[in-house]
Design a protein around this ligand. Sequence first.
Ligand code: PRP
Length: 186
Amino acid sequence: MPLQAPGRVLLSAEDIARRVEELGGEICAYYRREGRGELTVVSVLKGGFVFLADLIRHMDIDLSLDFMAISSYHDADDRPRGVRIIKDLSQSIYRRRVLVVEDIIDTGLTLSYILRNLREREPEEIRVCTLLDRAARRIAPLELHHRGFEVGEEYLVGYGLDYRQRWRNLPFVCVLEGAVADGRLT
Ligand code: PRP
């Protein structure tokens, strides 16, 4: 049986493809215009990998790829308390240009931790690209340089985003609805 989407489609595969191509062009234009120094594109696992894979194929410039993985921890009331690195970059970013690629920025806590951590390594510059921006839920203010779509507060899955590790492989982004969203199905 084919994989069922757990709710309505918010961004179709075509919507995403069109915007990702535009973002790739926008990013390349920036680095062509401003670009001195070598570029490292950093993806934050796991959610960012699908977007990254599509985005870099629209980035017609010289770059290296690297990956980080982060684990967030929460208090008893499920409020975010902090993050720690569970997989670090494999290469130095000293004096390099860095582009952090995220699938979604929500409270901003994960990214602000990552940015603080990366800045200590003295890169030439750090910029941020996110496919989805859930700006209404921001706690930590952040500057985003490239942004695909602003989204509302609904829980989203697909195109790398998960609910309990499921649905990352959907080729579109959909709103989690029904029994799963109500917590009746796990
Ligand atoms: C998502 C996303 C960001 C983070 C954003 O990752 O990829 O890293 O949440 O949330 P924030 O702005 O509130 O900090 P998640 O923790 O779901 O892990 P995953 O990438 O493995 O799905």
